[in-house]
Write a protein that binds this ligand. Structure first.
Ligand SMILES: Nc1ncnc2c1ncn2[C@@H]1O[C@H](COP(=O)(O)OP(=O)(O)OP(=O)(O)O)[C@@H](O)[C@H]1O
Ligand SMILES: [Mg+2]
Length: 277
């Protein structure tokens, strides 16, 4: 098996959608695991108070979580520059040894509503805390919550690239448009270097060899939207039971066995592209 080139500089990529349950965490975990399995050093930053990526990765015990990293000092209002480094943990034995995580839990939702105006600007806390802490990684993937609030804003302000993940359903597609508006605002005001990496359509429904009506209609809507023209990524990922099954037992797809072979191949391909970009 040819080993892909590992990156010369760190790529920070975030997965977003305002809609929940569309596959953001699935992308973060499986692209991350596939890239690490190919030999890359990968960090997953969990920015979702639901902590789904954290739970899946079965991290080693540790003192600090994302909440500690992003909570400003009471007096100065500043977060610790590079403080993320102290919160990086190893993942469970079933995951590659070069896959690391900064964990999230429900306490992270307090950050979403912190309106302090002094010290580190609210949308730049993750960026300041991550300074220098990500340098040793090839890929840093950030799993965002299903909203475009302050946590997502922090993730986008400290990313090189953002990808939208969606399912081909009306409300999820509305979430894509909202996410895209947020991306444009971040590009304008907070991170002029942020690149839009396109939309992934996930859980596309087929009836035999033909797409289901709603899946096809929403795919066309996305492909024809002026801001998504040419920006719908390949491949479109269908509903694959093995993806849900592997997630249910906290296993990477490539370790789940023959049932997950096709899904593992897709995410390996996405990971290879990320490492060669
Ligand atoms: N292609 C797929 N086929 C089958 N199941 C899938 C597929 N993609 C994701 N799933 C399952 O769908 C559920 C939702 O996925 P996931 O948790 O990744 O979404 P999310 O966008 O991160 O959700 P949230 O917004 O709540 O964080 C999970 O149980 C996951 O295993
Ligand atoms: Mg999620």
């Amino acid at each position: 098996m040819a080993k892909p080139k590992i990156r010369e500089r760190t790529l920070k990529r975030a997965h977003v959608n305002q809609k929940g349950g569309v596959g953001k965490t699935t992308w973060t975990l499986n692209v991350g695991a596939a890239a690490a399995n190919l030999g890359a050093r990968v960090l997953i930053r969990d920015m979702d108070p639901q902590g789904n990526a954290t739970a899946a990765l079965c991290p080693e015990p540790g003192e600090y979580s994302m909440t500690d990293v992003l909570t400003p000092d009471q007096e100065t209002g500043e977060v610790v520059e590079g403080g993320l480094a102290g919160a990086i943990r190893r993942t469970g034995d079933q995951w590659p040894k070069t896959l690391y995580v900064v964990t999230a839990d429900i306490s992270l939702s307090n950050i979403e509503t912190d309106n302090r105006t002094t010290g580190t600007p609210r949308e730049r806390r993750l960026q300041v805390a991550s300074e220098g802490a990500c340098d040793g990684f090839d890929l840093v993937l950030t799993d965002c919550p299903p909203s475009v609030g302050l946590l997502t804003l922090n993730a986008l302000t400290d990313s090189d690239e953002v990808e939208i993940v969606t399912v081909p359903e009306q409300w999820a597609v509305s979430g894509c448009h909202q996410a895209h508006r947020t991306i444009r605002l971040v590009q304008k005001y907070h991170n002029t270097n942020l690149e839009f990496g396109g939309v992934w359509i996930n859980r596309y429904l087929m009836a035999g060899r033909h797409p289901r009506r709603e899946s096809k209609a929403r795919e066309e809507e996305l492909r024809n939207a002026p801001h998504f023209k040419g920006r719908v990524n390949d491949p479109v990922v269908t509903e694959i039971e093995a993806i849900r099954n592997a997630a249910g037992v906290n296993l990477p797809l490539y370790a789940y066995g023959p049932e997950a072979e096709e899904a593992a191949r897709i995410f390996r391909m996405i990971a290879e592209r990320a490492l060669n970009d």
